[in-house]
Design a protein around this ligand. Sequence first.
Ligand SMILES: Nc1ncnc2c1ncn2[C@@H]1O[C@H](COP(=O)(O)OP(=O)(O)OP(=O)(O)O)[C@@H](O)[C@H]1O
Length: 281
Amino acid sequence: MNHIEVNHINKKYEQFQLSNVSFTVPAGCIVGFIGENGAGKTTTIKSILNCIMINQGEIKLFGKPISNEIKEEIGVVFDQNFFYEGLSAKDIDLILKNTYKHWDSQLFYQYCTDWELPINQAMKQLSKGMKMKVSIAAALAHHPKLLILDEATSGLDPISRNDILDIFLDFIQDEDHSIFFSSHITSDLEKIADRIIFIHKGKILFEKDKDELKDNYGVLKTQNEEILKDAHKLRLMRNTFGCEYLIDNRQEIHQAYPEAVCDPISIDDLMVFYVKGDELA
Ligand SMILES: Nc1ncnc2c1ncn2[C@@H]1O[C@H](COP(=O)(O)OP(=O)(O)OP(=O)(O)O)[C@@H](O)[C@H]1O
């Protein structure tokens, strides 16, 4: 069952366009959504949540178009504090109790206690990490099946980020749950994502399982024609030291040519290859 299905959507702004964007987020999966500033991540997320109108295409959540009933199944966290700065966690509980059918005050206060959040203090008096944790507690306390997070860990220190990643890993223990997670912090995605989707200038450049990236993708540094013939080369980068190739048969090359220098690739370097490298396949 796909929790999110995005089919060939187009969204036009004056200076920007989402072009033919398609992908899925299956149940039980954490899908990381990456791309440089202005690539279209927030526009895609807003389209999914029906906050903006798309020009073309179709979006389904749990197999259906979005509705109030479906919104009950979704927890959303943006990088900016979503709540009025004068509200405390206690006020947020009172408001959301009247918003969500399945709002669970006990669970909300449990998160606040576990994460040492002061429930009487206004949001404006809390640190960025604390505000983020209140937003995450609020997103989780109506028992959603799907979490949609837009830069939810940006601006947090490594310890708070780690706490929050653990919360997401805990959430995904239920196989009927899923997370769609945009982030610039690719090390977070390396840690928790099952699948990576890369958007560039409004187009999806690749969508791959993280294990496949880890196992098969690599950076080959060689001038040896024989090795290059057997390598499945996707992109070429020229630098002062020569040429580097992005390949997707690293294990095969390693077995056939143990002497070849072919390192695994990080998500950051993969993005650089796709954006700056010459296309070979
Ligand atoms: N309401 C709007 N009107 C016109 N253009 C817009 C509007 N909202 C976003 N854009 C443009 O759409 C493009 C994509 O923006 P978006 O916020 O989706 O990028 P992003 O990938 O989330 O970037 P970042 O990583 O910086 O948050 C940008 O060029 C932005 O200027």
